[in-house]
Design a protein around this ligand. Sequence first.
Ligand code: FPP
Length: 249
Amino acid sequence: MIGISESQNLRIPEHIAIIMDGNGRWAQRHGFSRTAGHKKGAEALQRLVRLVSETGVRYLTVFGFSSENWSRPEAEVKELMKLLRYYLRSETAELHKSNIRLRVIGDRSAFDADIVQLIHNAEKLTAGNKGITVIMALNYGGKFDIAQAARRLAAQAVETGFVPSTQEVLHQFDAHLMTSGVPDPDLLIRTSGEQRISNFLLWQCAYAEFFFTETLWPDFDRSDLDEALSAYARRERRFGAVLRSSSEG
Ligand code: FPP
């Protein structure tokens, strides 16, 4: 069977963002520990990167660890860090072989030094790759991202003594966000039935199409991706404007 993600004629988003939710509930339903759920979630991520890279999508941003996730039980945070280490160690070479670029957004200063080093190495190794760019949001928060961009613009204003107009700020803002140089997400997917943005890419998702599915993240597979892509292709994107029909020219 040919999936939608393989068909040639669909309007494909340039950038997909995903909130990978439901690892814990998946584990509970299967009688496993939450750690086992996160492991399955990491496998689902590995699978998905391969699938998405075959579709023509140029950027994939995934929420791996939010700035709020530190408040989980210490043992769970420790397991997530272990998994992150394992993922970065085992996946970097694989991503590089597949011409995939890895970028990390978020405040990495809170991670252990060896994790910061692994991130740095992975970004450096894959920097020149021309395939899909995978952006992992780690210790990321949308409000923090906006605040640090505003701070940088304010610092610039103090330094130059010039306060830009609101229009100029709007124009310059993207370049100061952690996603600088990356087009805004066209499609935001959230799994597990939750319908919230949870402090993810707040500024960047201003015009994203949202797709919510009941599927728990570890179960997210090709058919879920196809469903999301075909829903996206049916949406009419107006960016706040009124679309004129072709008969109107
Ligand atoms: C939500 O599930 C998921 C996360 C907190 C993190 C996502 C992590 C992965 C997909 C594993 C791979 C990540 C790394 C860092 C390599 P949840 O625990 O909130 O699920 P629940 O809402 O059912 O409890």
